[in-house]
Design a protein around this ligand. Structure first.
Ligand SMILES: Nc1ncnc2c1ncn2[C@@H]1O[C@H](COP(=O)(O)OP(=O)(O)OP(=O)(O)O)[C@@H](O)[C@H]1O
Length: 895
């Protein structure tokens, strides 16, 4: 009966294994398990459950301890969990602490037996489950174990730690007829493991596996990702480590500031090493990752009294071994391989085991394998060897740290300590690296791939040489692609680059989601950028405050926050700062603004340097506009260009606008009112304001403002006035009709009419209107140079009047847009003749008409024979593919 098997003895045996362990803590290998457990140094770890690991610290992070308690909770018999996490993330420590706690009677007591399955020999020969359990539990006799295994399997928890070493052996699933259910039957490792996981062997038993990578894709297996230490867990660890809260805070702060360290600190082994180094560096903590690795190497070599010559030989050998492992994508090597890398003088010496872990027996055994204790150091020695060993070129790498270390080591300040222990670097190698870096920068930054840009910033940051930054970035055509998705480390690197340069033309963060931390790191960039694009971005309210501060202190002249869902409160936060900034242009299009923020906007306008303001697409309403506009027309407002299209304005707002415009102090030159329903009678007020002579307005957009012919006399009055400065007028998409248009055209020949550009797209213009327009164009007094009158279906007959006018020497037209006027091939003779004769026309838009292949040869010849023609747009006509080649010969033709 199982009563004869005493689980308290088993628990004691498990505890004794820890108590009697002789494993020692090392700098690169980490703190020993017994030290952690017995001295209560265990710190909770973070984990996330599911297929994808949630690697950014967030609410999805739970503690490993909580996850394991839940997954293996009472009543959940037969749970199978795979704990995945990179090297040194704490898998073994987490599992060992769990075993200790079970043995101490504090966790998972509903399992009567917790058993380790020894994985070391799992794949070397056929083994039975019983055999493997006996290897790890010498306290059991074969008979006793057999009795334990006959218990209801629900009371058993099996632990298999470190399966990643057998990744390739596990990749293939054995056929199900090979799976076994007898714990005494010897089988291969893959069969044994699959028999356990698929519930053939000990059905109902719970199983906990660990591996660096997710190795088995089984439905029965729940994946838990181990993510190391969160910020708070690092704090707990550091407080325990230093026994001093202030010191712990200092370290945490330093990690954030030191170049390249913050991201690595989530890894418990790395953080342990860092704390050990900090404890000893009384006067000066390492400022960068490279410096940290140089200090650690120096310490290890000194501790083992390694001479300079031998130190150099060791690093070169380790570097070769690292490159060898990388090229074969393997993590461990045999002693033969270690030998071949020139490390034979160090085989068996303690200094080698400070860097490499030996497993599978002693050095002389065939099964002995070596692997790097720390993946970070693997890349570090590879970089150091590049500078120490003159053979080979710049090693290739993907995302890793190798190039980061090459960059860091190229800086004499960061490698000082390494120099004192292994000697000076070859100057040829140093200049080789610098040349490589400079040519990579000049190749990458003019390109479109933002990740590659960031990589270059990182390398330049690690190289820590303002001269290199100025030489590389300063002299190349740095393309301003959107930098959305910057990680914190990229923000830091970008800030370093821009600070070295002292300026940045354009910071494009289109579509970014920026946390407060990222904003803080980017502050110097915001201050030094001439223009900043945050269109479609999301900023937290703290982030916004930092932006405001940066604008106030900085030299930015243009800020684009359009489509960013800011809302009134955010704008109220920004306005007081922007008032005192150097901003000249501010884009707040479609930012969910309401009348609630207009007072703040108005206050910002008075006294600021702002000249251009776009508020289009916000629900400002008449009430908001009157608050906003109160500043315009006062001596403290410099606004010249205001867009308030689609702002739910009605005719009632025209009164306040008009009074602002008629103030002699108003500097407003451009006003865009498109897409508002302005009642036409109120246009009279605007007309009067523009006739006072005090308004400087030269561009007015009334596109789609629900105007009709009854407003045309008011517009005509403006154009006829001797005081009017209007040179551009857009009346498109209004139902002006023939009579209305004629009233306006009548004024265009008046000598005082200053209009140079007129848009009347889709205004129901007729052939008769076009005929009048023809006579306007040939009059000696008309100043019209640009005419957009598309989407008025006047056909060939209507266009004829314009062709005739174009030939006339008085016609000054440079740009003519006749999109969608139902033009056909029948017009082409006259069109070509007219354009050829025109002395001014440089751009003709004929999109969306009925031209066919027949016209193409004539049109191509026309453009070819007319060098002053900049653009002939023939898009969306009825062409077949046959003529594409013909049109391709002339790049000024768009089709
Ligand atoms: N919970 C923890 N509390 C304190 N220190 C920890 C903890 N987890 C890990 N460490 C530190 O990290 C080191 C490495 O941990 P561990 O050996 O458990 O990692 P691992 O994930 O098993 O790595 P590998 O895949 O390389 O075997 C430990 O020696 C210890 O210094």
């Amino acid at each position: 009966t199982d009563g004869s098997i005493d689980c308290t003895l088993h628990k004691e045996a498990l505890r004794n294994a820890v108590l009697n362990s002789t494993q020692a803590s090392t700098l690169l290998g980490g703190q020993s398990i017994n030290d952690i457990i017995l001295n209560h140094c265990y710190t909770p770890l973070s984990a996330s459950v599911g297929e994808e690991a949630c690697v950014e610290e967030s609410e999805e992070w739970e503690t490993l301890e909580a996850v394991l308690s839940r997954e293996f909770g009472e009543g959940h018999g037969g749970r199978k969990v795979m704990l995945c996490g990179g090297a040194g993330m704490g898998k073994t420590t987490g599992v060992e602490q769990l075993i200790w706690d079970w043995a101490a009677g504090t966790r998972l007591q509903h399992y009567t037996f917790l058993l380790r399955v020894c994985v070391d020999t799992l794949f070397t020969s056929k083994k039975s489950l019983e055999g493997l359990l006996l290897t790890s539990h010498a306290n059991f006799s074969t008979e006793a174990l057999a009795i334990v295994l006959q218990r209801p399997a629900e009371s058993l928890l099996l632990v298999l730690d470190g399966l990643d070493r057998f990744q390739n052996l596990l990749s293939e699933c054995p056929p199900s007829d090979e799976l076994v259910n007898d714990p005494q039957q010897p089988v291969g490792g893959a069969v044994l493991l699959h028999s356990l996981l698929e519930g053939f062997l000990l059905p109902g038993a719970s199983i906990l596996l660990t591996s660096r990578e997710p190795i088995l894709d089984l439905e029965s297996l729940q994946c838990v990702h181990l993510l190391g230490f969160s910020q708070d867990q690092r704090r707990t660890f550091a407080q325990r480590f230093f026994q001093n809260e202030a010191k712990a805070e200092q370290i945490l702060h330093h990690c954030e500031q030191a170049v390249g360290m913050a991201e690595l600190c989530v890894c418990p082994t790395f953080f342990w090493m860092l704390c050990c180094v900090y404890k000893e560096c009384k006067d000066r903590a390492p400022q960068t990752l490279t410096e940290l690795c140089c200090i650690v190497t120096h310490k290890i070599l000194q501790e083992h009294s390694v001479s300079m010559e031998a130190g150099k030989q060791l690093l070169c050998g380790l570097g070769k071994l690292a490159d060898h492992c990388t090229s074969l994508t393997q993590t461990s090597c045999s002693s033969t391989e270690v030998f071949a890398c020139g490390l034979q003088p160090f085989l068996g010496s303690a200094v080698l085991s400070a860097f490499l872990r030996l497993s599978g027996g002693d050095i002389s055994s065939d099964e002995a394998t070596f692997s790097f204790l720390s993946p970070v150091f693997r890349e570090f020695v590879s970089a150091a060897a590049f500078y120490l060993d003159p053979s080979g070129g710049i090693p290739e790498e993907g995302e890793g740290l190798l190039h980061v270390f090459l960059a860091g080591l190229s800086d004499p300040a960061q490698r000082t300590l390494l120099k004192s222990s292994v000697g000076t670097f070859s100057s040829g190698r140093l200049s080789e690296f610098h040349q490589w870096l400079m040519s990579s920068v000049t190749e990458v930054l003019p390109g479109f791939e933002k990740e590659k840009h960031w990589r270059m910033f990182q390398l330049l940051h690690h190289a820590h040489s303002p001269v290199l930054v100025r030489e590389g970035v300063g002299s190349c055509q740095w393309r301003t692609v959107s930098y959305s998705g910057l990680r914190v480390a990229d923000c830091v690197a970008l800030a370093y680059i821009v600070c070295c340069l002292g300026e940045m033309e354009h910071l494009n963060l289109y579509g970014s989601k920026l946390t407060e931390k990222q904003m803080l790191k980017l502050l110097p960039v915001f201050q030094l950028a001439r223009s900043v694009n945050l269109s479609q971005s999301h900023l937290s309210s703290d982030g916004l405050r930092h932006l405001a501060q940066a604008m106030m202190d900085g030299q930015t002249t243009a800020l684009n926050l359009s489509y960013s869902k800011l809302g009134d409160e955010a704008v109220k936060t920004l306005c007081p700062a922007l008032k005192h900034s150097n901003l000249q242009t501010l884009n707040l299009r479609v930012c969910n603004l309401t009348p609630g923020c207009c007072e703040a906007l108005g206050q910002m306008l008075s006294g600021s340097k702002l000249c251009v303001l776009d508020l289009g697409g916000n629900d400002l309403q008449d009430q908001g506009l009157s608050q906003l506009i109160s500043a315009v027309g006062t001596s403290s407002c410099r606004l010249q260009d205001l867009s308030i299209g689609m702002c739910s304005l009605s005719g009632a707002c025209v009164a306040v606008l008009s009074s602002a415009l008629s103030s002699s102090l108003s500097e407003l030159k451009i006003l865009n009112l498109r897409d508002n329903s302005l009642a036409e009678d109120t246009l009279e007020l605007l007309s009067q304001a523009l006739q006072t002579g005090r308004s400087s307005l030269n561009t007015l957009t009334l596109f789609d403002c629900e105007l009709t012919d009854s407003c045309c006399p008011s517009i005509a009055a403006i154009l006829q006035s001797h005081n009017c400065h209007l040179t551009e007028l857009d009346l498109s998409v209004n139902e002006l009709g023939q009579s209305g248009a004629l009233v306006i055209f009548d004024t265009l020949t008046a000598p005082q009419c200053p209009l140079k550009k007129l848009c009347m797209v889709r205004c129901e213009l007729t052939e008769q209107v076009f005929s009048v327009l023809g006579s306007v164009l040939v009059s000696a007094t008309s100043r019209l140079k640009e005419l957009d009158i598309g989407i008025n279906p006047v056909g060939d007959a209507g266009a004829k009047h314009l062709w005739k006018a174009l030939k006339h020497p008085n016609c000054k037209l440079q740009h003519l847009d006749l999109e969608m006027i139902s033009l056909t091939d029948a017009s082409v003779d006259e069109l070509c003749e007219a354009v050829a004769a025109s002395t001014s026309l440089t751009s003709l838009i004929l999109k969306n008409n009925g031209l066919t292949d027949l016209s193409v040869p004539r049109l191509v010849k026309l453009v070819q024979d007319r060098p002053i023609m900049k653009e002939l747009n023939l898009q969306y006509n009825d062409f077949s593919e046959d003529v594409f080649e013909l049109m391709d010969v002339c790049p000024r033709i768009q089709y």
